[in-house]
Design a protein around this ligand. Structure first.
Ligand code: ATP
Length: 237
């Protein structure tokens, strides 16, 4: 059974038909990337999965259970970790406090501690800065903090929305390394990226979204060689 399955999901913003029957699956252990131009509906897809937007029609199943209509905090509890575009960490709280907030449904302080140490082990740069205010971190470190915060819930699947956005090239590399490392540790990932080249390098499979519809799908290596993908997303002529 796939970890995540979308079947003919339709979303409207008033008169705008933003998702027009999107179907996709993410299997356990995969990195799946969702590519598409600005406005194609990538963020809308992730927000529908997290319950931030309610689809008008269609089914979204997490390990076989339909989650459409559940409130976002329930969907987090069921194991969907969402790292939104633009990071949204709490700038005045320390790195540790930001992480602890990620475990908002856990009441056992010992357990929160344990998870915090585990996440800090994954991100040595955050460990060095654990008592620093989040707002003083670099863009790349803030992105790692946002990812670390979502990991505190030990999600079944992580939704990453444009994790490389606004980062210097060297930091883009390190974010993609983090994504691969997480995946090698067993985290299943649905990755939305403008940086199609890097996304197709780390992903197992991919989907291409155009104006609310999936127009192409396949193994990442095949998509990377597809002339249409190359022309539209990889800057080839
Ligand atoms: P981007 O990379 O620019 O975020 P995207 O592929 O994530 O693009 P969405 O943000 O999901 O695209 O937007 C899909 C469509 O829905 C676009 O036409 C957009 O203008 C529209 N849209 C998104 N959010 C809203 C909203 N809150 N109200 C009205 N229309 C919206």
């Amino acid at each position: 059974m796939p970890v995540l399955e979308l079947e003919s999901v339709h979303v409207y913003y008033g008169p705008i038909h933003a998702l027009r029957g999107v179907s996709l699956t993410v299997e356990r252990g995969e990195i799946v990337t969702l590519l598409g131009a600005n406005g194609a509906g990538k963020t809308t897809t992730l927000r529908s999965i997290s319950g931030l937007i309610r689809p008008a029609r269609g089914r979204i199943a997490l390990e076989g259970r339909n989650i459409v209509g559940l409130p976002p905090h329930e969907i987090v509890k069921l194991g969907v970790g969402h790292v939104p575009e633009g990071r949204r960490i709490f700038p005045r709280l320390s790195v540790e406090e930001n992480l602890a907030l990620g475990a908002f449904t856990i009441t056992d302080r010992q357990e929160i501690r344990r998870r915090l140490e585990e996440v800090l082990q994954l991100f040595p740069r955050l460990a060095e800065r654990r008592r620093q205010q989040g707002g003083t971190l670099s863009g790349g470190e803030q992105q790692m903090l946002a990812i670390g915060r979502a990991l505190m819930m030990q999600p079944r699947i992580m939704l990453l929305d444009e994790p490389s956005m606004g980062l210097a090239p060297v930091l883009v590399e390190s974010i993609f390394e983090v994504i691969q490392r997480l995946n090698q540790r067993g985290t299943t990932i649905l990755l939305v990226e403008q940086n199609a080249r890097m996304a197709l390098e780390v992903a197992h499979r991919g989907y291409v979204l155009e104006t609310g519809s999936i127009v192409l799908e396949g193994p990442a290596a095949e998509l990377a060689h597809d002339p249409k993908v190359q022309a539209a997303y990889l800057g080839a002529r």
